[in-house]
Design a protein around this ligand. Structure first.
Ligand SMILES: Cc1ncc(COP(=O)(O)O)c(C=O)c1O
Length: 368
């Protein structure tokens, strides 16, 4: 990423962009989808799908997963689209039956797409994409299946073609281990067709304008070259390790975190936010604290005294939870350091917790 950016006509730039597009397709497990990249963040990628797929006045179904489904819906509404939500139960994944029901109730076929957040980074809950695909099929509804894989890609299994995901949405800064600023979508032919008929005015986010061999056109201006070089390098690291191995590493590290948290909860001060063990994310774990415990104080002590950064609660979870991120460039030693740092911060603050958490994580990692 520290390389000197090139002139826009340099064939090496074309090769870096091609490597990123092909690598993302390989990671998403798609043969046929087109990949479009944007200088932007996850919200930018959300706007890409809203603008390209849905005309103002048309509707999308946004099943509730927590803060991120809520935010995506707010953005769609701000852009003049109608949003239908399914019931959100705190701590639970999307219930596919509610999706099927909402689609069946749409007898006028006004819902253009279902926007699903695979892993909601606020709640630490991962929903079952296969079950959601089956729900859309069972409703026999033409809605496109659009999946936000921002927090799950390169950590949890993802199979775009097999699950007939019409659009996958991602960003650079999580499992892809690249600084923020690069957003992307992968678009299948059905979604491309819907977009081509959509009269909504759009320019920067219009993926149709990005179909070009010229880097300047592909990015609607100057490409974010250093981020692209970073993504190229990161994808090479992932493929060198092996996608299955990357996923297995995330599963193991997540098991270690969950073993520690499970132990910490034994004194009643803490609780897993996700109530369904098999839906606990391999990327992030959200821990609910009892009233009277201040997660922000924990974050400060962990950061200032033990050099461990833990995340706080977002939206309605602010002040109620802390979050442990465990994705991307991460190994067992790093996760043990993180857990021990949290352990130490809770000790400083006198929070009652089961003492053996880090030991449980070590046992889990030792068992492999
Ligand atoms: C699942 C998910 N979707 C979308 C976003 C939005 O991404 P950004 O913050 O890059 O705009 C995030 C950010 O954390 C996220 O976790």
């Amino acid at each position: 990423m520290r390389r000197q950016p090139m002139d826009l006509g340099d064939p090496r730039l074309v090769h870096v962009i091609e490597a990123c597009e092909n690598g993302l397709k390989r990671l998403l497990r798609t043969r046929d989808a087109e990949v479009f990249m944007f200088a932007g963040n996850g919200h930018g990628a959300w706007e890409v799908v809203i603008d390209n797929l849905v005309a103002p006045g048309q509707a999308v179904l946004v099943p509730g997963t927590g803060h991120f489904s809520e935010s995506w819906g707010v953005q769609a509404e701000a852009l003049g689209r109608r949003v239908i939500h399914t019931l959100y139960r705190e701590g639970y994944p999307i219930d596919p039956a509610t999706v099927e029901q909402a689609l069946r109730a749409d007898t006028e076929r006004e819902i253009v797409a279902v926007f699903v957040v695979h892993t909601d980074t606020a709640s630490g809950v991962t929903s079952d994409l296969r079950a959601l695909r089956a729900a859309i099929d069972a409703a026999d509804h033409p809605a496109l299946f659009v999946v936000d894989a921002v927090a799950s890609l390169a950590a949890a299994p993802f199979a775009m073609d097999e699950l007939r995901i019409n659009v996958a949405v991602g960003a650079s800064q999580k499992g892809l281990m690249v600084p923020p600023g690069l957003a992307f979508v992968a678009v299948d032919s059905a979604a491309a067709e819907v977009a081509s008929r959509n009269p909504a005015p759009r320019f920067y986010w219009d993926w149709g304008r990005r179909r070009s061999d010229l880097p300047y056109r592909k990015f609607c201006g100057t490409p974010p070259q250093n981020l692209l070089m970073g993504l190229d390098a990161a994808l090479s690291l992932l493929f060198r390790e092996g996608i299955d191995e990357v996923i297995a590493r995330h599963q193991l590290l997540a098991r270690a975190v969950h073993a520690a948290v499970d132990c910490w909860t034994r004194k009643g001060s803490l609780q897993f936010f996700c109530r369904v063990p098999e839906c606990r994310s391999v990327s992030v774990t959200t821990v609910l604290v009892q009233p009277g415990i201040d997660p922000e104080a924990m974050r400060s002590v962990a950061r200032e005294r033990f050099q461990v950064a833990i995340a706080g609660g977002l939206g309605p979870l602010a002040g109620r939870v802390f979050r442990i991120g465990h994705l991307g460039d991460l190994n067992p030693a790093m996760i043990l350091g993180c857990l021990a740092g949290i352990d130490a911060a809770m000790t400083v603050l006198g929070i009652p917790f089961g003492r053996d958490g880090t030991q449980q994580a070590i046992a889990c990692l030792a068992a492999g």
